[in-house]
Design a protein around this ligand. Structure first.
Ligand code: FAD
Length: 435
């Protein structure tokens, strides 16, 4: 068995792992930091499956902080450093019925107090500004069957849009490598190695009276990576590595899918007067969790849905390595609702589709960055469907935890109490705006 030794081993070259690697190395160029991933390149897990939308609007103060600072950094890279992240600031448009609007009223007033640029439109204004939208289903015979709630309000949030996740993860990877960081692809971790410190060579160490430490990992091709600190940034695969150690990631994987439709008809979304020169924002329907994103360069629409009830956390019969999209989920689920709110989608077939996994924090839907009790093991996870837009902050916080700093400095010198994302001393509010 060949052995590679390092100071810090990060498993997972997704956007969390690569930004963590970058910030750890940036602080100390002499440190031997290694990233490994089972795929053939960076970001090929969940990161590449993402809709990659971003916003700075969340009901949780912590989520707002994580996203605002990360988005500021991405904008800084795009506009000042001229590093193309494919940033399209198109905005987010949340279509809401009265009941949902009332539920969000408190968070909306808080966000207004923080001077976040957001506009509230009533039904008439929404109807006037959003091409092809149906807002009232009073006379629709399918209203009750399909739960077609009216669009009473919409919230337009302008500091939002989408980016290219591959460009983002590649930025961190290239900068990490420039500083001397090493990345190995095609290395699938089979096992995290838990050993006794010191070992006295008894079978089944560590025993309950022994001090335990992580010595590294073993990969399926027989390589051993020895590290002083192990960081798991393995997204939805984290439980497969932690469960055998009896350590809880506090997250669960849930499949999420995206369906791409292509049609010249979508040009009506290109530059509607209310948004011109921008296209229609990333749009979220009021009840079913269906959302879509229009790309004017390709005349494509990406459609997803936040299906929760009835969607298993993980099908234990199948490997989670290769989640497949389900066409009938679009045809019998999304299509019926979407084509009611936007009739332009009628009779347009799905062009391509793909699936990935949300790494769900099922309790509060904020990320986790924590050290496993008494071990040289750090876990950063729980993107909960919004990890791209928080990844820069997560990298900085995980690096600060590694360096045993109480406070991380987010972009713009924003202080962040590292413990706020821990398990033991967690200080977060429940997130309502999850899609
Ligand atoms: C359909 C969909 C839509 C989404 N839309 C958005 C969105 O609009 N905006 C947003 O901000 N977020 C969105 N997300 C969420 C976002 O993609 C994630 O939060 C983010 O990519 C998480 O990154 P990560 O680094 O934690 O995980 P990943 O990108 O999954 O990285 C984990 C890495 O670990 C590697 N790995 C795992 N196990 C092992 C092992 N045993 N050995 C070696 N390597 C291993 C994997 O190969 C992978 O590369 C979406 C997700 C999905 C699925």
């Amino acid at each position: 068995m060949s052995t590679i030794k390092c100071d810090v081993l990060i498993v997972g070259a997704g956007v969390f792992g690569m930004s963590t690697a970058y910030y750890i190395k940036k602080e100390n160029h002499a440190l031997n930091v290694v990233v490994i991933d089972k795929e053939a390149g960076a970001g090929r897990g969940t990161t590449s499956k993402s809709a990659a939308a971003y916003r700075i609007y969340f009901t949780s103060t912590i989520n707002r902080k994580l996203a605002a600072s990360s988005v500021n950094f991405y904008e800084h890279l795009q506009h000042e450093k001229k590093i193309d992240l494919g940033l399209h600031q198109t905005g987010y448009l949340w279509l809401l019925n009265e009941e949902k609007y009332k539920r969000l009223a408190h968070a909306i007033s808080l966000m207004k107090k923080e001077n976040l640029p957001l506009e509230i439109w009533d039904r008439e204004t929404t109807q006037k500004n959003v091409p092809n939208l149906v807002t009232d289903f009073t006379h629709d015979e399918d209203r009750e069957l399909l739960n077609l709630v009216p669009v009473d309000y919409s919230i337009l949030t302008k500091r939002a849009g989408w980016l290219d996740p591959h460009s983002l993860v590649s930025f961190y990877e290239q900068e990490f490598k420039k500083m001397g960081g090493k990345v190995y692809y095609g290395k699938k971790v089979k096992k995290v190695l838990l050993e006794a410190e010191p070992s006295i060579g008894l079978p089944k160490e560590p025993h309950i009276w022994q001090k335990a430490k992580i010595s590294g990992v073993e990969t399926t091709d027989g390589t051993r990576f020895d590290a002083n600190t192990l960081i798991l940034a393995t997204g939805p695969w984290t439980n497969f590595l932690l469960d055998p150690l009896g350590i809880d990631s506090h997250t669960k994987p849930k499949k999420r899918q995206l369906f791409q439709l292509k049609s010249q008809k979508f040009s009506i979304f290109k530059a509607p007067p209310a948004f011109s020169p921008n296209p229609l924002p990333f749009t979220i329907l009021p009840y079913s969790g269906v959302y879509f994103r229009y790309n004017p360069n390709e005349e494509t629409v990406w459609i997803g849905a936040a299906d929760n009830i009835g969607r298993p956390f993980n099908d234990p019969e199948k490997s989670i390595d290769d989640p497949q999209p389900e066409m009938d989920f679009y045809e019998y689920g999304i299509y019926y609702v979407l084509s009611k709110y936007f009739p332009i989608f009628e009779n347009i077939r799905v062009d391509t589709a793909w699936a990935g996994y949300y790494t769900y924090n099922t309790i509060d839907k904020n990320p986790y960055v924590f050290r496993a009790d008494g071990l040289n093991l750090i876990i950063c996870t729980g993107g909960s469907g919004s990890g791209i837009m928080k990844a820069d902050s997560i990298g900085r916080i995980t690096a600060a935890l590694y360096y045993e700093q109480k406070e991380a400095k987010l972009f713009g010198d924003v202080p962040f109490n590292v413990d706020d994302l821990s398990v033991k001393n967690r200080r977060v509010e429940h997130e309502e705006m999850v899609i």
